[in-house]
Design a protein around this ligand. Structure first.
Ligand code: FES
Length: 200
């Protein structure tokens, strides 16, 4: 990716992060506290430190965004209807079984998550790094085709992903969205950037 294009993608992501709600502010504040006062080695550690997110305020069908290592990480609480679409739509996907190494082993399943209800995924398109948009409503409600089951649309070049971040066939994006290492500390607390195999 050229520097200019990379800068543009980074700016777009920053805008999306900035507009995605209270979860962002809380997580960013946790992840990068008083960065200016840290030594270089402390700063490096802070930039890669795991980020804890509280999902207790998420209703079914809602998504929040937290920042980890400067990237937007989406946490989507899927409804049972959303989970059903993961099964019925697989013939249209490029890598439905998550065979490409885009996720930790423990999320290489149909729902691409530890707990089927919660998708934890990096919101950066695998084409050129833009941040896809939520298109959760089925059908034409959000300008998608009539048979759209809900998912994500990358506005840059039109790549579409399902509600597990799996890319459709013949899209500009070559692979599924990336799943970060993570683990659940409780029913409502998820730690992003660390799992039981160690820190990423
Ligand atoms: S960056 Fe997503 S389709 Fe091009």
């Amino acid at each position: 990716m050229s520097d200019t294009r990379s800068d543009l993608a980074s700016q777009r992501r920053k805008l999306l992060i900035a507009s995605s709600g209270a979860g962002v502010v809380a997580a960013a504040a946790t992840a990068v506290p008083f960065v200016a006062s840290l030594t270089p080695s402390e700063r490096a550690r802070a930039a890669g430190a795991p980020v804890e997110a509280d999902v207790s305020g998420l209703s079914p069908g809602e998504m929040m965004t937290v920042e980890w290592r400067g990237k937007p990480v989406w946490i989507l609480r899927r409804t049972s209807d959303m989970l059903e679409t993961l099964e019925t739509n697989e013939q249209k996907l490029a890598d439905p079984a998550s065979e490409e190494p885009q996720q930790p082993d423990y999320t290489a399943n149909r729902h691409r998550s530890i707990n089927p209800e919660y998708l934890v995924v990096i919101g950066i398109c695998t084409h050129l790094g833009c941040s896809p948009s939520e298109k959760f409503a089925e059908g034409t409600v959000e300008g998608m085709p009539a048979d759209w089951p809900g998912g994500f649309l990358c506005p840059c070049h039109g790549s579409i992903f399902d509600l597990a971040g799996r890319v459709y066939l013949s899209q500009p994006a070559p692979t599924n969205l990336e799943i970060p290492p993570h683990k659940w500390l409780s029913a409502s607390q998820v730690l992003i950037g660390e799992d039981d195999q160690g820190t990423a």
